[in-house]
Ligand binder design. Structure first.
Ligand code: DAT
Ligand code: MG
Length: 206
């Protein structure tokens, strides 16, 4: 059995219909088991270390902000090596424009690296990530109850269309405002965290 680290990124933690859909998939425990879930706001050094292989890439400062700006839902999954491979197949490719049609990222990711879930990509990386994270977050019990249904709308495809315009420099003001409005409709987040959510989503597009 392999251990894998699971993170609902901010776009999945706070967009409630998306979180419910991703949780439905995970909670099916088709070929795996969800061993833990907890709320946790990752500190900057942990994320810098978690993503150390990406240091120096132009998107790295944004990636660190994205992963540290807000409390996230973090967990651990156990699966056979083959099942972990299947989970990563279900998840889809890293960048949304390249995510396989029908994959979770194609369906729920917004744009670029706004790709909703982190899941360790192999037993070796899973073991290393779980070891590192278990020092700062509990990874041995399910301490968060997530819903598999939500009354909130899922605006993924409109967000993706607006994100594409914004990233290309078209209608920047209008598209930014529309993205904020759609995110507000999708979430139930208090004022001060909402600004952080807008910042990390819009930050991926500039
Ligand atoms: P994955 O999350 O599919 O395992 P990864 O480990 O290669 O992908 O990269 C970690 C995260 O970094 C990824 O989920 C989003 C971000 N990222 C990677 N490459 C990127 C790129 N070219 N543009 C924007 N974000 C990127
Ligand atoms: Mg990875």
């Amino acid at each position: 059995m392999a251990d894998a680290l699971l993170i609902f990124k901010p776009d999945a933690t706070y967009r409630l219909a998306v979180r419910a859909a991703l949780w439905s998939w995970l909670a099916s425990e088709r070929d795996w088991k969800v061993e833990s879930l907890a709320w946790f706001q990752p500190p900057v050094p942990l994320i810098e270390s978690h993503y150390d292989f990406l240091q120096g890439r132009p998107f790295f400062p944004w990636l660190v902000d994205f992963m540290t700006a807000l409390p996230l839902v973090v967990g651990r999954v156990t699966a056979s090596a083959d099942a972990l491979k299947l989970m990563r197949y279900d998840l889809g490719e890293t960048r949304i424009a390249q995510s396989r049609p029908g994959s979770l990222r194609e369906r729920y990711g917004i744009f670029g690296g706004l790709n909703c879930l982190h899941l360790s990509d192999a037993p070796e990386t899973g073991a290393a990530e779980v070891e590192k994270w278990s020092k700062v977050v509990q990874l041995d019990k399910v301490a968060v109850e997530l819903e598999t249904q939500s009354d909130k709308p899922d605006h993924t495809y409109r967000l993706r269309s607006l994100a594409t315009q914004l990233a290309a420099g078209f209608h920047v003001e209008l598209a930014s405002r529309a993205i904020r409005e759609l995110l507000a409709e999708e979430s139930a987040i208090e004022e001060k965290s909402r600004e952080a959510l807008y910042r990390v989503i819009l930050g991926a597009l500039s």
